[in-house]
Design a protein around this ligand. Structure first.
Ligand code: NAD
Ligand code: ZN
Length: 364
């Protein structure tokens, strides 16, 4: 499957299929990256033992000079210190303006490698080779970033990849919780924009969960497409792009308050999407049944939908208000109208949000 993300002269293809890592050299060349171009692979300690030598062998045998840089796995690597370490290795490897950085891994590797590419000699090309399902989200949109001790993604840039090569075979080795978390964003893209896609996800849930290669390619493609459509309409984040935050205002607050070991990003937004649906039904802006269908869909993909036990609704609300600079008792929230249709409501009553959260916390 091939999708073109249309962004004028920064348009790029996302190629999705099984076994693409073994065809990387040809695909790079077809994408205009000439043989002989110096390549710098950035990957992490979980991905490297599984896929690095496969990729390196393929590239070296096609005549590309290749360097590899393996970083520790996990969000901690999106740091200023790791940025400096990787930069140092890039300089020592002799990368020049024509060299290309390859990001082999999940969103952490993609965000860090993308930011290195955006700033190395004022910007060089990079190619994403995602190995997680969640990375279908980060491979579209061109946002690259590292974290500052005072906040996530505070240091970053917009830098579009030259291409994305998505090998669905790599996803098979993801731990189950990461698989579910990735599906959370796929489902979100359905819930935001495409009722038919949601029906399809409901119908094929079992096989998709088992990572049936053909279905998985289609799901990633459609997820990327929904995001790409929104991003192309709104590249630097004004209106439409806010819709991608479905479940995220709640989700970010949960993430800020819960231990990561108990709640990862996908799990947090899963619960967040349920709450958004509940609030929407309570406000009577959503059709009846939206909450139930949202919840059942998320459950089909092994995602949590109940209030995170350890959290206090009032604390969650406080974090949500900080996150969104609430105006006098009102919060901006993306809420569903129906399955596949969402809208940004600029002024949702805090008291109503509290009522819904208290009910949920009481019920769990
Ligand atoms: P990740 O890169 O940390 O990967 C999750 C875990 O899976 C890691 O431990 C990793 O080592 C491991 N892993 C990766 N591929 C594997 C494979 N094929 N087999 C076995 N293990 C594998 O995290 P993620 O969930 O992919 O991405 C999360 C990051 O993405 C966050 O930092 C988030 O901020 C960022 N993000 C960015 C955007 C964007 O638009 N730029 C969008 C969404 C998320
Ligand atoms: Zn997200």
């Amino acid at each position: 499957e091939i999708l073109r993300v249309e962004l004028g002269e920064r348009s790029y293809p996302i190629i999705i299929g099984e076994g693409l890592l073994q065809q990387a050299a040809t695909l790079l060349q077809e994408g205009g990256i000439a043989g002989g171009t110096r390549l710098f692979i950035i990957t992490d300690e979980n991905v490297a033992p599984r896929y690095l030598s496969l990729l390196q062998d393929e590239l070296i045998s096609a005549g590309f000079p290749v360097h590899a840089c393996v970083i520790p796995a996990g969000e901690q690597s999106k740091s200023i210190a790791m940025y400096e370490t990787v930069m140092t290795q890039a300089i020592q490897a002799g990368l020049d303006r024509k060299s290309v950085i390859l990001a082999l891994g999940g969103g952490v590797v993609g965000d860090l490698a993308g930011f290195v590419a955006a700033t190395y000699m004022r910007g060089i090309s990079f190619v994403q080779l995602p190995t997680t399902l969640l990375a279908h989200d980060s491979s579209v949109g061109g946002k690259v970033a590292i974290n500052h001790p005072l906040g996530k993604n505070l240091i970053g840039a917009f830098h579009q990849p030259r291409m994305v090569l998505y090998d669905t075979a790599a996803i098979s080795t993801l731990p189950e919780r990461e698989r579910a978390a990735g599906f959370a964003e796929v489902l979100k893209h359905g819930l935001i924009a495409d009722e038919r896609f949601v029906s399809w996800l409901e119908e094929h849930a079992e096989k998709l969960w088992e990572l049936d290669s053909e279905l998985l390619s289609k799901a990633i493609l459609r997820g990327c497409q929904v995001k790409a459509n929104i991003v192309s309409a709104d590249e630097t984040e004004q209106g439409q792009r806010a819709l991608l935050n479905l479940g995220h205002t709640f989700g970010h607050a949960f993430e800020a308050l819960a231990e990561y070991a108990k709640l990862n990003h996908g799990e947090a937004i899963s619960i967040g999407m349920c709450l958004a649906a509940k609030v929407a039904e309570r406000l009577k802006v959503a059709e009846d049944g939206v909450y139930e269908r949202t919840r059942n869909l998320l459950r089909q993909y092994h995602l949590p939908t109940e209030w995170p036990l350890s959290l206090e609704p009032l604390e969650v609300l406080e974090v949500m208000k900080r996150d969104k600079k609430a105006v006098s008792g009102k919060l901006a929230l993306v809420l569903p109208r129906s399955i596949g249709v969402v809208e940004l409501f600029a002024q949702v009553d805090e008291a109503l949000i509290m009522t819904v959260m208290n009910e949920e916390a009481g019920a769990s």
